[in-house]
Ligand binder design. Structure first.
Ligand code: ADE
Length: 441
């Protein structure tokens, strides 16, 4: 079995951490048990480009229990938990291609290894796998890394077509990936159906809000050990992730300022009790800045130049593009690593700014990502959507689909059950009332 990981001897540590995580994943445990009996993924090859964490390991072993042959690669160069990668190889015999801190070229070599698996189903967190497949199929070599270009050019036209025609469909985990896929659909280039796992209510309402909320604060605190109480904490972006971060920072006693471009979201932030202002103003006020917008260059040179000595910069969006790091390097006269995940940039007048985790998603770079109990629902969606694709792919078009409502509902019910929470059901009279427009005046 081929794999590329940091150190196989880390497997024992990874195994124990995986055991701990799986205890908080009752929905996925239930699915794994069913999959073990029913084997709905028998003979299906899956390539998954996900953050290699204890929770992803739980998903991978669930898919394997369902009969799938699965290969994993990292969806971010800094998010891999090397002990988990080792445990997956040793304990589950799942090929993993991921090393924490891997360089750009290695990152794409790992994606290529996952592609060579010739998947029937792909799983993405950020759409790197799907977009690489499309670039190869369309011969858009200028968009690709050298290793993928070399491989793509070495295989025949027919093999390139097969790479796409083999695929029943894909699943996408995150907001940024769904945005990329929707634009592929809009441009008429999408070659197979994709299910936007992110759009499930049991995903974004919990993972994005409570998962990103807690794990982002966790990452910032592990990296800096700074006190949040009394600090001025600036959150750029008030989507589900931004809402989560802002609320958790407030819960720790920070004075939270929200920056937004969307008037509706900005209004919501105001009425949620946050101060709202443009980043051009917030720049001079904030002690800690955190971007969660999904867009590029949200904090730029003109903002760095206004910041207070000691200001901390973090990103929790999918890509490392939200803070203009190149611009920061250009205006700095000196820089040094002052502690793990903290790089100090000194400006001409002596002010110092601190960039966390190279501007990559801080919750996975400096902490362990979202807690298991929230990934339980996200990855239950992934597992059930893989099963759905196997059963329904012939009926699906080359479009981006939402998670079927019945899957979303089933996951919510299972989660509640696992928590011992009972809820009410409608009486027949109440059902009739809701169905009828004539009743009840
Ligand atoms: N994305 C955010 N947190 C994660 C986790 N713990 N595992 C996998 N993907 C994640």
């Amino acid at each position: 079995m081929e794999y590329h990981i940091k150190d196989i001897n880390l497997a024992e540590k990874g195994r124990l951490r995986r055991e701990w995580a799986f205890m908080s994943m009752p929905v996925l445990r239930y699915i794994k048990e069913r999959f073990s009996k029913e084997k709905p993924l028998k003979g299906i090859r899956i390539s998954a480009c996900l953050h290699i964490t204890t929770e992803t390991a739980a998903l991978a072993s669930t898919l394997k229990a369902g009969g799938a042959g699965i290969v994993l690669c990292a969806s971010n160069p800094l998010s891999t938990q090397d002990d988990v990668a080792a445990s997956l190889v040793v304990d589950d015999e799942i090929p993993v291609f991921a090393i924490k801190g891997e360089d750009h070229a290695t990152y794409y070599e790992h994606i290529l290894s996952a592609l060579k698996h010739k998947p029937h189903i792909t799983m993405d967190d950020g759409a790197d796998l799907v977009s690489s497949i499309h670039f190869i199929a369309l011969g858009k070599w200028e968009n690709l890394e050298k290793c993928i270009v070399d491989w793509g050019r070495s295989i025949s036209e027919e093999e390139r077509r097969e790479l796409v025609s083999n695929i029943m469909g894909s699943t996408e985990e995150t907001t940024t990936g769904v945005i990329r896929l929707k634009s592929m659909e809009r441009d008429g280039v999408l070659q197979f159906p994709v299910i936007a796992v992110n759009n499930a209510n049991t995903k974004h309402l919990f993972d994005n809000r409570y998962g990103t909320g807690q794990s982002t604060i966790d990452g910032i605190l592990r990296a800096t050990n700074r006190l949040l109480a009394g600090s001025k904490f600036v959150v750029c972006g008030y989507g589900w992730c931004g809402r989560g971060v802002a609320n958790r920072a407030r819960g720790m006693g920070a004075h939270v300022i929200v920056c937004e471009v969307n008037p509706l979201r900005a209004l919501e932030a105001v009425m949620d009790g946050f101060e709202v202002m443009p980043i051009s103003k917030a720049a001079a006020i904030g002690d800690i800045f955190c971007t969660v917008t999904g867009d590029i260059n949200v904090i730029r040179k003109e903002h760095f130049l206004k910041m207070k000595d000691g200001a901390i910069l973090a990103n929790s969006g999918h890509f490392d593009v939200e803070i203009d790091i190149k611009g920061l390097r250009e205006i700095a006269v000196k820089n040094r690593k002052i502690r793990e995940f903290v790089e100090e940039f000194e400006l001409e007048d002596g002010r110092r700014l601190y960039l966390l985790g190279e501007g990559r998603l801080i919750n996975l770079a400096a902490a362990e990502g979202h807690p298991s109990s929230v990934m339980d629902m996200s990855f239950a969606n992934q597992a059930l959507c893989a099963e759905y694709l196997v059963k329904n792919h012939k009926k699906l078009e080359k479009k981006v689909y939402d998670v079927p409502q019945e899957v979303d509902n089933e996951i919510a019910s299972l989660k509640l059950k696992s928590m011992g929470v009972e809820i009410d059901t409608l009486t027949p009279e109440q059902e009739r009332y809701l169905r009828s427009w004539e009743m009840g005046t």
